[in-house]
Design a protein around this ligand. Structure first.
Ligand SMILES: Cc1cc2nc3c(=O)[nH]c(=O)nc-3n(C[C@H](O)[C@H](O)[C@H](O)COP(=O)(O)OP(=O)(O)OC[C@H]3O[C@@H](n4cnc5c(N)ncnc54)[C@H](O)[C@@H]3O)c2cc1C
Length: 619
């Protein structure tokens, strides 16, 4: 243990994860906390980290209030509709009312925005999306964070949160290790903002073997955003609401610009519009939700999945018409070059020119995240001027652990934030964290040396498991005493895939499968004490796996709790195939007891704040 040098850093605001939300939090913390010490810790390098690492072609959340294009209320209605009613409207409204100011800053900082030549406004791709030349989106926002922080630590993975020893529900910082040097880092902090992205690779991906690692969501998003708070007893919400994406096959290239800007459309292998065919069947399952406009994302997936099961795949995107227009053809290709170069490479390798061949689409494996057309994540306090009492406990975006804040994919209940909304939520969380400090809520935090030393032993144990266990190997690489991170990951992915509604079962699960899944996850958890790591990179893999496994437990518990099929097309409860508004028009909230490891779940009312306001105005 002595060989791993310990570094101590004391600070006021600690930001865990320097992606979109983390850079937003770091930037805003400096605005409100001029004299505070602000540290951002990132597992990769903030210049190219997180889901936006490769760039984006559109900012998916912009109201355009200056031109009267949309109002925050409109966005709340949109997100509510897409998530089949289940969103925290206070959080969504709060994000939406501030998101335009964020985008205007991106513009000032040099992000190339496309403009509508006639109106001079930002060029719309759809009602909410504006188009950018966004290859350098991430370095641009990273620069703002770098100028704001006292220090950015790259290549440090945070593995655990520290807790105050005088108040067992107050955070005291975080610990982790440098993946290059192996050094141990202790960050004692008055407030912690977790902004560590979503979770890919908890369900078995379609790409295995030769394509292993290729997923739609960033493969390095390993659920730390959920595991860190879950481990210290913070409440989580809507963790059952995983997302499945309809994307171009194998490269997961985006379809938004194709549908919205190029006006391409989908068809089955016989050239038929299949979505309409599933209308009656879907109405049986979800009632009037199928008549909502726009059709909720999950229901569009549902038609796709059912049509494929019925044997009329592959489903194709009809590009051959739009691509005859040279301008649209250019837009179609540029769309990939700015954010998913791999899709262009896949098409080249398969001899697909979308001008002459309609490319195949697929539905992805499920992901857990809080910022896209889905809203899994932490249960946080909303803003004081909007939130009903059940949703408010003092500080905006504070979790149910004091001093612990969240933003972006970390935060549950607030879907459709995307890159700009996640940055905005980081700003909101940081403003509240600074106020928490100014209100003297973070005085006399006690984090003992023993707590830090105990974590150090736990963190490096996989290295020891390997060093000791490898001596027992007589041939090959399989040890009787340890499992490698990749073996553990593949075991986790199979459990989630086969029992919790992955691609193996066409997203189908039921109570019995979920209970079996939970049992297998418990055995896996036991075996993860014996994960072995041969170097610091594998040590990171070991901790990524542990975070994924804890996130998976929470997802499975939530899926078991909600006894209905709220989002057909994301997953199905075969024993409760219908949407059940009478019993389940509510949010689900869980808490894992850190001492026993047991989860408890509860129903919490979902308040439709926007329409309530309007009803009151009308009366
Ligand atoms: C394929 C894809 C396409 C998308 N397209 C668009 C689009 O066109 N337009 C749009 O507006 N939005 C888009 N989004 C959404 C947008 O990228 C996300 O909403 C946004 O990045 C979420 O921000 P975040 O900060 O929560 O997560 P991220 O930006 O992913 O940041 C999380 C950060 O935490 C770090 N981290 C993770 N674990 C740890 C740990 N244990 N210790 C330290 N650091 C850690 C990660 O390395 C990462 O830097 C897309 C997302 C994906 C995946």
């Amino acid at each position: 243990m002595a060989k791993h040098k310990t570094h101590f850093e004391d600070c006021d605001v600690l930001v865990v994860g320097g992606g979109m939300a983390g850079t937003g939090a770091t930037f805003e913390a400096r605005h409100w906390g001029r004299d505070l010490k602000i540290i951002c810790v990132e597992k990769a390098n903030i210049d190219r980290s997180g889901a936006v690492a490769q760039g984006l072609y559109a900012i998916n959340c912009y109201m355009g209030m200056q031109w009267g294009e949309n109002q925050p209320e409109d966005h709340v209605r949109y997100a509510r509709n897409d998530l089949m009613g289940m969103v925290r409207e206070d959080l969504g409204y709060d994000m939406a009312r501030h998101v335009d100011s964020t985008v205007h800053m991106f513009d000032e900082w040099g992000l190339p925005m496309m403009k509508n030549e006639k109106t001079g406004r930002y060029l719309r791709e759809g009602k909410w999306q504006i188009m950018i030349h966004g290859e350098s989106y991430k370095p641009i926002v990273a620069e703002a964070a770098k100028k704001s922080a006292d220090k950015i630590y790259n290549r440090i993975m945070i593995t655990h949160l520290l807790m105050d020893e005088t108040n067992e529900n107050r955070v005291g910082g975080a610990v982790g290790f440098n993946m290059r040097t192996g050094d141990y880092y202790v960050f004692r902090a008055k407030t912690v903002i977790v902004a560590a992205g979503g979770a890919s690779h908890i369900f078995k991906p379609r790409a295995v073997g030769e394509g292993m690692g290729r997923t739609w969501y960033a493969p390095w998003s390993n659920g730390s955003a959920y595991a860190l708070p879950i481990a210290v007893g913070a409440k989580m919400t809507q963790m059952e609401n995983r997302i499945v994406l309809c994307r171009f096959k194998d490269g997961y290239g985006p379809v938004g610009a194709y549908f919205l800007h190029l006006k391409t459309y989908t068809q089955n292998a016989n050239g038929e519009n299949y979505e309409k065919k599933w209308y009656d069947q879907t109405k049986e399952l979800v009632g009037e939700y199928i008549d909502h406009h726009p059709t909720p994302t999950c229901l569009r997936n549902h038609a796709f999945i059912q049509e494929t099961i019925a044997g009329r795949g592959p489903i194709q995107m009809v590009t051959t018409e739009a691509f005859q227009d040279p301008h649209l053809e250019t837009v179609g290709w540029e769309n990939f070059l700015g954010m998913t170069v791999g899709q262009a490479v896949v098409w080249a390798s398969q001899n697909i020119d979308p001008k002459y061949t309609n490319p195949e689409l697929t539905t992805s494996e499920p992901y857990v995240m809080g910022s896209h057309a889905t809203c899994s994540g932490a249960w946080v306090s909303g803003p004081e001027d909007l939130s009903p009492p059940e949703y408010f406990w003092g500080y905006n975006r504070m979790l149910t652990v004091e001093g612990l804040f969240g933003a972006g994919d970390t935060v549950g209940g607030s879907a459709h934030k995307f890159s700009s909304g996640s940055f905005t939520e980081g700003r909101l969380a940081a403003k509240a964290a600074v106020k928490y400090i100014e209100d003297k809520k973070a005085e006399n935090i006690n984090v003992s040396d023993k707590q830090c030393e105990d974590f150090k032993k736990v963190i490096y144990k996989p290295l020891e498991n390997y060093t000791v266990g490898r001596n027992e190997i007589t041939g090959g690489t399989v040890s009787p005493s340890y499992i490698s991170p990749i073996q553990g990951l593949q075991r986790l992915q199979r459990i989630m895939d086969e029992y919790v509604g992955g691609i193996a079962t066409n997203y189908m699960t039921n109570g019995n499968m979920l209970k079996k899944g939970l049992e297998l996850l418990t055995w896996l958890e036991e075996d993860l004490d014996n994960v072995g790591a041969e170097d610091y990179h594998q040590l990171m893999r070991a901790w990524e796996l542990k975070h994924r496994a804890l996130t998976s437990q929470c997802v499975t518990e939530h899926t078991l709790f909600r006894e209905e099929t709220r989002w057909p097309g994301y997953y199905y409860r075969g024993d409760h195939m219908k949407l059940d508004d009478e019993n389940w028009h509510c949010l689900t909230v869980s808490r894992r007891d850190p001492k026993t490891g047991k989860f408890t779940l509860e129903k919490v009312p979902v308040y439709h704040i926007v329409d309530e306001k309007e009803k009151k105005k009308a009366s």
